[in-house]
Design a binder for this molecule. Sequence first.
Ligand SMILES: Nc1nc2c(c(=O)[nH]1)N[C@H]1C(S)=C(S)[C@@H](COP(=O)(O)O)O[C@H]1N2
Ligand SMILES: [Mo]
Length: 562
Amino acid sequence: MTDADDQVPGPDATPAPSAPGTEVVAPAGARPVDGAGRPSRPQAAVAGALAAAVALAVATFVGALAAPGPSLGTSVGTGLIDSVAGPVKEPAVALFGDKDKAALLTGIVLISLGIGAVLGLAARRRPWIAVAGFVAFGAGCIATGLTDPLATPGAVVVATLFAVPAGLAALFGLFSVAATGSAVAAAGPAVRGTAVVTEWPTQRAATRRAFITWSGGAGVFALAAAAGGRSLASRSVAESERQLVALPQASGGTAATVAVSADNPFGVAGLSPYVTPNDSFYRIDTALVSPQVDPKDWSLTIDGMVDNPFTLTFDELLALPMVEETVTLSCVSNEVGGNLVGNAVWLGYPLADLLERAGVQPGATQIVGTSVDGWEAGFPTADALDGRVALVAVGMNGEPLPIAHGFPARLVVEGLYGYVSATKWLTKITLTTWEAFDGYWIDKGWSKEGPIKTQSRIDVPRNRAELAAGQVAVAGVAWAPDRGIAKVEVQVDDGPWQEAQLGEVASDATWRQWYLPWDATPGEHVLRVRATDGTGQTQTEELAEPAPDGATGWHTRRVVVT
Ligand SMILES: Nc1nc2c(c(=O)[nH]1)N[C@H]1C(S)=C(S)[C@@H](COP(=O)(O)O)O[C@H]1N2
Ligand SMILES: [Mo]
C-alpha cells in the first residue's frame, strides 16, 4: 500500500462522508485514505491472473461436460495456427509437429494469464475495464470456437457463458478479500484513533494471509477444473471404437511380397527398420488435438465434377475389396537427414476404383481431400489414375489407422508429399479443376505441386560419433517414390563414391535400406551419401530449404576415428 499511485487522489479516493456526529479526524501525519477498498498492485495482478485461470478452467470443464470435442483453448489455438500459418515469412515453421503444439498451448495459457493480470491491475481503479475485458475475451472465444468445425457451437457458447462470470467472480472475490485489509489499514487509525494503531499491522497480516489462502484456493480450483475437463474430453469413443474394428483381408497388392524379416537385412544396429512401427511414425498436422471420429457417425462422400456422386459409410467402405501396399510417406518440411519420413504397409481401397464408380467428368483435373476438421489438400487427378498407389487407407501396419494418423480413413498417394495428398480423418473427396481450388498450405507459400524429391539419409554412424578404427558400418535409407531407388553411393572425405548394398523392397513406392562396410582409419572424416532413382537421376547436391517444395542436398555426417 505504498505504491506511488496510491498517493495520487483519484475520483474514487475521496473518503465517504461520515455520518453526522462521528466526525473523522485524521491524526496528524496519517496518510490519505485513498487506498481504501483497493488491493495492492501485486495482489491485483495475482487476482487477475487467477481469474483468467479460473475462466479458462471453467471453460474447459463446462465445454467438456457439454460435448466431446476440442476445448475452447484448443479451438483458439487452432484458430491461431490457421491465422499465423499464413503471414509467417518462413513457411517451414508453419508445419506443426507435436512439440510446437505443446508450446502453442502453453503459450496460450501464459498469455491469457498475462492478460488477466493486466485486467486485474486496471480493475483497481476501473472495475469496468476488467468486466469489459473478460466479456470481450469471451466474445472472442465464441467467435473463434464457432469457426472450429470440430467444436459443438452450443458447447462453445455455454462454456463461455459460465467461464466469463466465473472469472469475474474470482477477480472481484479476491479484490474484496484484499480490500478488507486495505480499508482497515487506511481507515482504522483515523476512525479509532491512535490507540488502535498497534492492531492494524496484525489486521493487515491477517488479510494478507486471507488473500493468500483464497488465491491458493482459486489456483487449486482452476487446476482441478482444468484437469477434470481434460479427462472428460479424453473420454473418446473413437479409440474404443477403433479397437473394435475388424479390418478385412487384403485381396491384392504388393505388400505381401516382402517378408518383414527384411526389417534388418544387414544386421546393423541403428538402421531404420524397413517398415516403420506406428508408434514411431512421424506425425504432422494442424490439429492441436487429433479429431476423434466415431466410425458409426462417419461417412465418405465423393462429389464435385462426377456423374454419380455418392456417400459410403465406414462399414460399406470396409466391405469393398482392399489391397495392401507398402508406401513411403514424407513431409515436405523434412530437412536433409530429417525424420519426417516413414514407410508403412497401408490397407485400403484404390482411389481409382472409387473414381471409376463416381464417373469423373472431363476437365476434372484436381482431386481434393477434405478432413473432418476442414483441412484440405489437392493433387492432380492424373496421379490417381497413372498406376501409382493411391488409396483410401483404413489400415496401417496391420492395425486400424491410429487416431493420430487419420482414423477411420485417410488418403495415401505414392510419390506426393503429405501436404498435397495425404488427408487424414478424410470425409470428402471432391473433383474440381486445377485452377478452381488451392489446398490448405498453397496460399501460405508452399508449392501447388508436391512430388517427393529423391533423398537419402545416413542413420549410422551418428553425427560426431567417436569410432574405433577398423570396419565400421555406414547405413541408412534412401527414397524416391514413385521412381524407386536404383543406387546409393557413399563418399568418405574426398575419396571415390562407393556403391552401397541395397535392401529388398516391396515396390518403387518405398524407401530402400542401404549399407556400406567402411574400413575406418584414425582421424576426422566426413561421410556423404547420394542416391540415384529408378529413372537414372542422381539426387542433386544443391542445397535447398524445405520451402516451397522440399529440401535438397546430400546428407553428411562427421565422425572421429581413434
Ligand atoms: N487432416 C489433415 N491431414 C493431413 C495434415 C493435416 O494437417 N490435417 N497434414 C498432412 C501432412 S503435411 C503430412 S506430411 C501428412 C503426415 O501424415 P502422418 O501424420 O500420418 O505422418 O499428413 C497430411 N494429412
Ligand atoms: Mo507435411
